[in-house]
Design a protein around this ligand. Structure first.
Ligand code: FES
Ligand code: FES
Length: 155
């Protein structure tokens, strides 16, 4: 089947097997920021933004992305011009092995796009589906709250 998606702002048309998992398709197409963890919708390593909402691509068929908009970390920032979330994650020491970070960044972006003034509990809820075995979450939560305050012009 042919699917049309807008990924990181670019229109694509792909011929896919109807049974193909979206995570496999996107990694095959070069979006390697998307990680495979549990493959069961539990760890959040495969998180993408689908029409602006965090979604786990390991439990979706490629066809479910037809005519929808996808954002991955490749579309978030670059090495030269990182997204503010990426900068604050680094500045807060919120990244260790980094495996969870692409998904964590996208879940955080979805939150901040919807709610520019989140509470700590809002952040915890937003990244609840993104498991990190390294950092203990404190630094990541601080980084998201700091990003929000910078975006509001307070910091
Ligand atoms: S790999 Fe998709 S949720 Fe774990
Ligand atoms: S930084 Fe290692 S899993 Fe999160």
């Amino acid at each position: 089947m042919i699917i049309q998606v807008k990924i990181n702002g670019i229109d694509k048309e792909w011929d896919v097997d109807p049974g193909m998992i979206l995570l496999d398709l996107l990694r095959d197409k070069g979006y390697k920021s998307i990680k495979r963890g549990c493959d069961e919708g539990y760890c959040g390593a495969c998180t993408i933004l689908l029409d602006g909402q965090a979604a786990k691509s390991c439990v979706m068929l490629a066809g479910q992305a037809h005519k929808r908009s996808i954002t991955t970390v490749e579309g978030l920032g670059t090495m030269d011009e990182p997204h503010l979330l990426q900068k604050t994650f680094v500045e807060h020491g919120a990244v260790q092995c980094g495996y969870c970070i692409p998904g964590m960044l996208l879940s955080s972006k979805a939150l901040l796009d919807e709610n520019p003034n989140p509470t700590e509990d809002d952040v915890k809820e937003a990244i609840d589906g993104n498991l990190c075995r390294c950092t203990g979450y404190v630094k990541q939560i601080e980084a998201v709250l700091d990003t929000a305050s910078i975006m509001r012009g307070e910091n």
